[in-house]
Design a binder for this molecule. Structure first.
Ligand code: FES
Length: 572
C-alpha cells in the first residue's frame, strides 16, 4: 500500500501514513488531540483543519453541511472526513485543538523580540589591593562606565549587600540595571527573570519570562483568594471600605498567593526567586487599587474616580513580593474607574490603537472590558458579566482543567461531549457552558426567554428543572445544567451584548459595520464562536470576522513599557 507524508502546522510534526487514512487518524497517531465531540461521525463539525499544500480527498456532502463555500474555498475541511491521497501540509486552527494542547500552542504564539527595560551586565572586577583600594561600589561603577558606558545610581538596600556579594562571587558578577539604577547583583550564570501577572477578579495568571531570550518559561493560573471576600469587585471594595483591617487582608492574600506561586515556579526551574528582577502587573482598576493598598471608596461613588491613572513603578519589596532586592513592579495605567490596566494591556497587545477600520475587542471575564476602535479613535467600557463563564455560580461549573466538559453537542437526540484530557467528566468549564446553553436553545430545551421545558434528559430536582448531561455512579454525582444556571448565563451574556450595543450606538453604527471582532484572552480562545452567536452573546457576523488573540501580559515584560503606555494615554 502506498504511503504519504503529512506535515502538521503550527506544531511542525510530520508522519507517514497509508493512502486513504483520515487526517484525523494521522493527527491522533502523532499525538495531536483534535476536538472530536462526535468521535469522527461527522455530526459535530468541530475537527476543522485547513489544507495548506497538496491534494486530499474530494469534499463530501457531510463537510458541506458544516463548512460554508467561502471557507471550503479557503481550504477548510473536516479532519474526520478528509483522507490522504498524496503528500500534504495541514494547518490546525487553535480552535480545533483540545484545550490542553491549545494552551501549549498559545505559549509559542507570543514569541516576540525581547527588549526588556531591565538590563544585565556581566562584570569581572579586579579584586582590591594595597595599590588599588577603590571602594566596592565605585569599583563596580567604574567597570560599568568603562565597559558599558553606563552611569548608575544605587538602591540603598543593594549597597548593604554589595561587599559580601562581590566577594562571594569572586568579583565576577551580573549587575542588574533598571533605568540607570542598580537594582540587583546576580551570580554570572543566573538567568534574569521577569514575572508578568494578570490580576483577574476571579483568576490570577502568572507568567515567568526569561528576560534574555524572551521565552515564557512557566505559567500558572490560580483562583484569586480574594473571592472569599466576595465574588465581584463591588463587594470586595465594600469590604475594604468598611474595615482597614479587611482592606489589608485583601492585599495580603493576593501577595501571599503570588509569592507561593512564584516560589513553586522557581523551584520547578531550580532557580531562586531573587533571580526575578522585573514585574509587570495588570488588573482592573479595583484589583489594581486593592493590590497596592490604595483607597477605593471614591471608586464606588459617581463619578468613580481612580486614585491614580498613570503608570506606576513600585519597589517589589515594599509590596511584600519576593524578588531581587531592588526590583520594581511596573503597573500599566488605568483608563477610568472600571476600565483598568488590564484593558490597556489588551489594547497594546492586540494593536487596537493602530487599526484604521472598525474593530471590536473583548476581554471576557468576571468584568468584561470591550473596546471599539473606530478608525483609530478608541472607546471602552466594562460590563459586570460575573464569574459564570469561569465556572463560578454554575452548579457543576469548574475551571479549565482535566475532566472539565469543554465541548457539548446534541446530535440525533444523543448527547455528545468532550472533556479536557478525554477522561471522565467531572464538571463543565466556560466553553462547555456556552455550548450547552446554545445546544439547549437550538434544540428547544430552553426557549428564547431562557425558560427550560420538560422533555428528554430534563428532570425536576428540589423544585428546579435540570438537564442531565452525564450520569454519575455511586461516587460521582450526575452532571446537570439547571434552570438557575441558564439564568446566570443570561445575565452574563446579556451584560456583554449590551456593552457591544452601547459602544456601537455611540458611533451610530450597527453590527454590520464591524470589520473585525477580536476575542482576547485565554477564555476567548476556548469558546466556540458559533455557540456564542447562538446565545446572542456575540453578534451574528461571518466566521472570518472573528479573530482570537492570546495576550498574556508576559509580552509587556519583553518590551519597553513607558513609551507604549504613554502612547495609549495620549490617545485616549
Ligand atoms: S469529529 Fe469530525 S465532525 Fe465531529
Amino acid at each position: 500500500m502506498k504511503k504519504y507524508q503529512v506535515l502538521f502546522e503550527p506544531m511542525g510534526l510530520t508522519g507517514e501514513f497509508p493512502e486513504n487514512t483520515s487526517i484525523l487518524d494521522c493527527a491522533h497517531k502523532l499525538g495531536i488531540n483534535l476536538v472530536t465531540v462526535c468521535s469522527g461521525r461527522g455530526t459535530c463539525g468541530k475537527c476543522l483543519i485547513k489544507l495548506i499544500k497538496g491534494p486530499v480527498s474530494e469534499v463530501n456532502e457531510t463537510e458541506k453541511t458544516h463548512i460554508n463555500p467561502e471557507e471550503l474555498a479557503q481550504g477548510f475541511r473536516l479532519a474526520c472526513k478528509t483522507n490522504l491521497i498524496a503528500n500534504c501540509q495541514i494547518e490546525i486552527p487553535a480552535i480545533s485543538l483540545s484545550t490542553l494542547q491549545r494552551a501549549q500552542i498559545e505559549g509559542q504564539e507570543i514569541t516576540i523580540v525581547s527588549e526588556p527595560k531591565v538590563k544585565t551586565y556581566q562584570l569581572h572586577l579586579t579584586p582590591p589591593s594595597f595599590s588599588a583600594h577603590q571602594a566596592d561600589l565605585e569599583r563596580l561603577q567604574t567597570a560599568l562606565s568603562r565597559h558599558y558606558q553606563t552611569e548608575i545610581t544605587t538602591d540603598f538596600e543593594i549597597l548593604k549587600q554589595i561587599s559580601s556579594t562581590l566577594r562571594e562571587n569572586h568579583w565576577s558578577i551580573q549587575a542588574v540595571i533598571n533605568n540607570s539604577e542598580l537594582i540587583g547583583l546576580l551570580s554570572p550564570a543566573v538567568r534574569p527573570l521577569g514575572l508578568a501577572v494578570d490580576l483577574g477578579t476571579t483568576k490570577i495568571a502568572l507568567y515567568l519570562v526569561d528576560l534574555i531570550s524572551g521565552q515564557t518559561l512557566q505559567s500558572q493560573g490560580l483562583i484569586n483568594p480574594q473571592t472569599t471576600y466576595g465574588a465581584d469587585i463591588v463587594s470586595r471594595m465594600t469590604t475594604a471600605i468598611h474595615s482597614q483591617e479587611d482592606a489589608q487582608k485583601l492585599r495580603e492574600v493576593v501577595i501571599d498567593a503570588l509569592n507561593t506561586s512564584m516560589t513553586e515556579m522557581c523551584r520547578s526551574l531550580q532557580v531562586e526567586p531573587d533571580s526575578i528582577v522585573d514585574f509587570v502587573v495588570v488588573g482592573n482598576t479595583a484589583m489594581h487599587h486593592l493590590f497596592l493598598g490604595l483607597p477605593v471608596k471614591q471608586l464606588c461613588k459617581a463619578p468613580f474616580t481612580p486614585a491614580v491613572d498613570s503608570s506606576l513603578d513600585v519597589k517589589a519589596r515594599e509590596l511584600g513580593l519576593n524578588s531581587a532586592t531592588g526590583a520594581y513592579v511596573h503597573l500599566l495605567p488605568n483608563i477610568a474607574g472600571y476600565v483598568g490596566a488590564d484593558h490597556v494591556a489588551m489594547i497594546l497587545s492586540t494593536g487596537l490603537h493602530r487599526k484604521q477600520d472598525i474593530t471590536l475587542a473583548l476581554d471576557i471575564g468576571t468584568n468584561t472590558e470591550i473596546c471599539l476602535s473606530h478608525r483609530g479613535s478608541l472607546s471602552s467600557l466594562s460590563c459586570a458579566s460575573g464569574p459564570a463563564f469561569e465556572g463560578a455560580h454554575i452548579k457543576h461549573g469548574m475551571r479549565v482543567t482535566q475532566g472539565a466538559i469543554e465541548h457539548f453537542l446534541i446530535a440525533d437526540n444523543r448527547i455528545e461531549y468532550q472533556t479536557i484530557g478525554n477522561g471522565t467528566a467531572v464538571g463543565i468549564c466556560g466553553s462547555g457552558i456556552i455550548d450547552i446553553v446554545a445546544q439547549l436553545y437550538l434544540h428547544g430545551v430552553i426557549d428564547r426567554h431562557g425558560r427550560m421545558h420538560r422533555q428528554a434528559y430534563v428532570r425536576e430536582k428540589e423544585g428546579v428543572l435540570e438537564f442531565v448531561i452525564a450520569s454519575g455512579n455511586g461516587d460521582r454525582p450526575d452532571i446537570t445544567f439547571t434552570q438557575k444556571d441558564v439564568r446566570e448565563i443570561q445575565l452574563a451574556k446579556g451584560a456583554i451584548r449590551a456593552g457591544i450595543e452601547v459602544l456601537l450606538k455611540t458611533y451610530n453604527l450597527t453590527v454590520k459595520d464591524v470589520d473585525e471582532v477580536i476575542i482576547a484572552g485565554a477564555f476567548g480562545t476556548y469558546i466556540d464562536v458559533s455557540s456564542a452567536i447562538s446565545i446572542g452573546m456575540l453578534p451574528a457576523l461571518p466566521w472570518s470576522v472573528f479573530v482570537r488573540s492570546v495576550m498574556p501580559p508576559a509580552w509587556a515584560l519583553k518590551w519597553h513599557l513607558f513609551l507604549l503606555d504613554s502612547a495609549v494615554l495620549l490617545r485616549r
